[in-house]
Ligand binder design. Structure first.
Ligand SMILES: Nc1ncnc2c1ncn2[C@@H]1O[C@H](COP(=O)(O)OP(=O)(O)OP(=O)(O)O)[C@@H](O)[C@H]1O
Length: 223
């Protein structure tokens, strides 16, 4: 049985609720009047061309940037309440957020300490086929190995809302299968997933809804 999601804010609140949300970056209106409801435990594929605003929307849901106008809630917490939002959300981004001078083991142990959690670091590194690289500095890992380490951290921390930017980029065929396994497992354990990617056929395997972002507007394709 997969371990339960921690912490467990199992309230009736939706995981994500956006109402009339706008975001301006510089001169660009990147997100325009978005309304969105994502229920707890859902899996959402977020598709769109390069520059459509997928990464920006994920960063906004992680409270890394604030909306220009409108209302956004994560498990009922206002997006502007960064501390509360960050307790519930994990963002797997292009930048990965890993410490390049630490080893994979040190990165994972540090993440556990930051979240006041315990976890099986050698076990999760083994799952992601990183045992042989556990003592190298992250800066000396390949891009695909860094992506697998970011997935190991996501698997270990098990936040209730996972915002995942291009999980399949830089991964070989076996790595993609491993990423699908990790995403399927965290979703089965109760996490809500929003996955931005350019591989609709892969994201469909771990999600139940498809959203498209174009010209700053969201639309949903029925499956
Ligand atoms: N800090 C910023 N300041 C100004 N404009 C920005 C900033 N960050 C992103 N943008 C702009 O916002 C738009 C959306 O970018 P974003 O990275 O969210 O797209 P994306 O859908 O994730 O693209 P990709 O598929 O290429 O990763 C782009 O026009 C980009 O130039």
């Amino acid at each position: 049985m997969p371990a339960p999601v921690t912490p467990a804010p199992w309230t009736p609140q939706p995981a994500v609720q956006l109402r009339g949300l706008w975001l301006r970056l510089g001169r660009d209106l990147v997100l325009r009047d978005l309304d969105l409801d994502v229920g707890q435990g859902e899996g959402v594929a977020l598709l769109g061309e390069n520059g459509a605003g997928k990464t920006t929307l994920l960063r906004l849901l992680a409270s890394a940037i604030g909306p220009t106008r409108g209302d956004g809630r994560i498990f009922g917490y206002d997006l502007r309440d960064r501390r509360a939002v960050r307790e519930h959300v994990h963002l797997l981004s292009h930048e990965s957020g890993l410490y390049p001078d630490l080893t994979p083991s040190e990165n994972l142990r540090f993440a556990l300490r930051m979240h006041r959690q315990e976890g099986d670091v050698p076990g999760v590194l083994g799952r992601l086929h990183l045992s042989g690289a556990a003592h190298k500095r992250v800066r000396h890992l390949s891009a695909g190995m860094r992506k697998r380490l970011a997935l190991a951290r996501l698997l270990m921390l098990r936040r209730p809302l996972l915002l995942i930017d291009e999980p399949f980029a830089n991964l070989d065929a076996a790595g993609r299968e491993l990423a699908l396994e990790v995403l399927g497992e965290v979703r089965a354990a109760g996490s809500t997933l929003i996955v931005a990617a350019h591989e609709p056929e892969l994201t469909a395997r771990v999600t139940n809804r498809t959203l498209h972002l174009a010209q700053g507007k969201l639309s949903e394709t029925q499956r």
